[in-house]
Ligand binder design. Structure first.
Ligand code: NZQ
Ligand code: ZN
Length: 388
């Protein structure tokens, strides 16, 4: 393991088919007023809303409704959520939904008691909260982002054509998260596979960095293999509980700060994907899928030995009679086949991006330096053009 680090994860998890009942154990720890945060209505159709509401009532809570959180939550919605929280002096922000609801709850949590504009403070200036933070709890209905056990909060500003994530510290992570794989069963298949690719790419973003082979790399490979195996089961039978439960647990561990220990981490697929999403409002996991292959093929020569390891360990490529480049390419080809089997979007044109957007998307892409190649703007344009 390279480097010095500390490790703590502040979120308590309840996992499994019976996990919702543990909301009864958590609620007494917080004050009376709960802001119930949810999305566009899926939880009203699948029964989760009623089940949660019943427990809130049984615990004597005053419930303040905050529905309508959209996928890729916007800064305008954030302002609205802050207003609701202030007016009702809420004690707990309870997000019931996917990563968007959970991310949004965290953004509200750091903004309620802050006088400054949260977009400027947290997403442009990247300052840390210096105000009282309202606690967040999460009941997850979609596996993918890992938001249930991390401090990440991604907000979209359509006017500025920017989608930006701030990774807050442990004080902003959900105090508890309830993970019932059954709640994810009503997801449309397209959302399910987008979530699966999001999980896989979170692991890649951490794995494709660094020169040593450390514990995090081995854990990452195990997680990737589990995601591949279970995704193939789930795509054939979306109601396979075992597969869906493994996917949900892998999602949490893919981005809960564990496998980034000892890694510089890349995150350029996410930076490209977020910029595409800022222009198209496309589904997060699909934007990642659409830029991944051109990106990885481009950086492969700069991190060749890691791509060889990826091919052999994750995809079972036999190196015999092949050059390192051929082994590495065979790994990416196997990944491409898997992505096709899942039915992922493999180009950004399908997601609404057009050639005239390339320049703008490239400039909206934040350039990070933790991966195998620090891209310049021309290289970003080239990768985006190949992704069209
Ligand atoms: O809004 P509703 O009606 O609930 O429908 C949602 C939404 O349309 C639907 N859905 C969720 N659970 C469902 C369901 N439909 C039926 N049954 C269920 N059980 O799925 C759609 C997408 O939901 P969303 O929450 O937007 O998806 P996801 O979990 O992928 O979250 C995406 C957001 O998280 C950010 C993304 O950028 C994006 O803004 N991310 C957050 C990260 C973090 N906190 O660390 C990291 C990620 O890389 C990502 O950037
Ligand atoms: Zn992601």
């Amino acid at each position: 393991m390279l480097g010095n680090f500390s490790y703590k994860n502040a979120t308590k998890l309840y996992f499994g088919d019976d996990s919702l009942k543990f909301l009864n154990d958590e609620l007494p720890k917080y004050g009376n007023t709960v802001q119930l945060i949810y999305g566009g209505g899926s939880i009203k159709k699948n029964g989760v809303y009623d089940a949660v509401k019943e427990i809130l009532c049984a615990n004597g809570k005053t419930v303040v409704e905050d529905g309508g959180v959209m996928p890729n939550p916007t800064v305008e919605k954030l302002y609205e959520g802050v207003k609701i929280a202030r007016e009702n002096k809420v004690d707990l922000l309870l997000a019931v939904g996917g990563g968007s609801c959970c991310d949004y709850a965290k953004a509200v949590s750091v903004s309620v008691n802050c006088d400054e504009d949260p977009w400027d403070k947290y997403y442009i200036r990247f300052e840390e909260p210096d105000c009282k933070i309202v606690p967040v709890g999460c009941i997850l209905t979609m596996a993918g982002t890992g938001s249930e056990m991390n401090g990440g909060s991604v907000i979209t500003n359509h006017k500025e054509k920017l989608k930006i994530g701030h990774v807050f510290g442990e004080e902003v992570m959900p105090k508890f998260s309830i993970l019932n794989p059954r709640f994810t069963m009503s997801l449309p298949k397209r959302q399910m596979v987008a979530g699966i690719y999001d999980i896989f790419n979170h692991i890649c973003e951490q794995y494709f960095s660094g020169e040593d082979n450390n514990v995090s790399d081995y854990i990452a490979e195990a997680l990737m293999k589990s995601v591949i195996r279970n995704s193939l089961v789930a795509v054939d039978d979306t109601q396979d509980y075992e597969a869906r439960s493994n996917i949900m647990w892998a999602a949490t561990w893919a981005l809960n700060t564990l496998i980034s220990r000892g890694k510089t981490t890349d995150w350029m697929v996410h930076m490209l994907g977020h910029a595409v999403s800022a222009y198209t409002d496309a589904t997060h996991g699909m934007t990642l899928a659409a830029v991944s292959l051109p990106y990885y093929r481009y950086i492969m020569p700069y991190g060749l030995s890691r791509f060889v390891r990826f091919a052999e360990e994750v995809w079972g490529v036999c190196p015999q009679g092949k050059s390192d480049e051929q082994v590495a390419e065979a790994g990416l080809a196997a990944m491409e086949e898997w992505m096709k089997k899942l039915g992922l979007s493999l180009n950004i044109g399908e997601l609404g991006a057009t050639p005239d957007m390339i320049d703008g998307i490239a400039h909206a892409t934040e350039i990070l330096d933790g991966g195998y190649k620090v891209l310049n703007i021309e290289e970003i344009k080239q990768i985006l053009t190949e992704s069209l």
